[in-house]
Design a protein around this ligand. Structure first.
Ligand code: DX5
Ligand code: ZN
Length: 235
């Protein structure tokens, strides 16, 4: 297990999303992400209920944990996250992010994640406003802003989410909180600078990393280079 303290909170970090990997070779794909320079692996868990798609769950994460030393960033797009937090923590997740729009009380889910000793993240769908997350900012390690409707990889990046992203970064700065701001959906070298400029510093990228025509290493490096414009638009 890793501590979130080992991962920088104020740098641009690339988190390849395993959803875009070749599921016939998941172990090799994880190793390739690490060899390409990624430190964090984003794991998209979908239950066919909270989102209209089913991906993978506990057994896959548990199996990958045996061979991978990456920081496991589990994104739970599921109903009842409180009930499932323990099994995803036991499977080897280092960070568990749940959705504000799920049916559970966010404070209770955060309490459960803290009790389990796993880092806590909270995510907002595109239709949820920035202010809805503000009451939880001092209790979480990370906020995940969706730039697509959750459920599928390979969708178009929603540029119109940038004011919301900047508003959350401004609030984090105003209250001097050590919260990571992660962005997920359609992030690619062409959109990474826009994300970083508006204060996003963990970049989830599925298609852009695992299916990069120029190779994963180049893709990870290009995404990381967005650091030079990090936080430019939020003042
Ligand atoms: C969408 C998932 C994303 C997605 C990202 O519901 O949360 O993590 O897999 O994939 P790309 O980078 O292909 O948009
Ligand atoms: Zn995700």
């Amino acid at each position: 297990m890793h501590s979130i303290a080992d991962i920088p909170r104020d740098e641009v970090v690339v988190a390849p999303s395993l959803l875009a990997a070749d599921f016939n070779r998941l172990g090799e794909e994880c190793a390739a992400a690490a060899a390409a320079g990624a430190k964090v692996l984003h794991l998209d868990v979908m239950d066919g209920h909270f989102v209209p798609n089913i991906s993978f769950g506990v057994p896959v994460i548990k199996s990958l944990r045996k061979q991978s030393d990456l920081f496991f960033d589990a994104h739970l797009m599921i109903s009842h996250p409180k009930q499932y937090a323990k099994v995803f923590s036991d499977a080897g997740s280092d960070l568990i992010t749940f959705h504000l729009e799920s049916d559970d009380d966010p404070d209770e889910v955060i309490d459960e994640l803290k009790r389990l000793g796993v880092a806590a993240g909270i995510s907002l769908k595109p239709g949820t406003s920035a202010e809805k997350i503000f009451p939880y900012l001092d209790r979480v390690d990370l906020v995940l802003v969706m730039t697509v409707e959750p459920g599928f990889g390979g969708q178009h990046f929603m540029h119109e989410m940038m004011p919301k992203l900047a508003a959350i970064r401004r609030e984090i700065k105003r209250r001097a909180l050590p919260v990571i701001l992660e962005v997920d959906g359609g992030v690619a070298p062409a959109t990474a600078e826009e994300v970083a400029a508006h204060g996003g510093n963990w970049l989830v990228a599925g298609t852009a990393v695992f299916r990069a025509p120029e190779g994963m290493k180049n893709a990870v490096e290009k995404l990381k280079s967005a650091y030079r414009v990090f936080d430019r638009e939020t003042i």
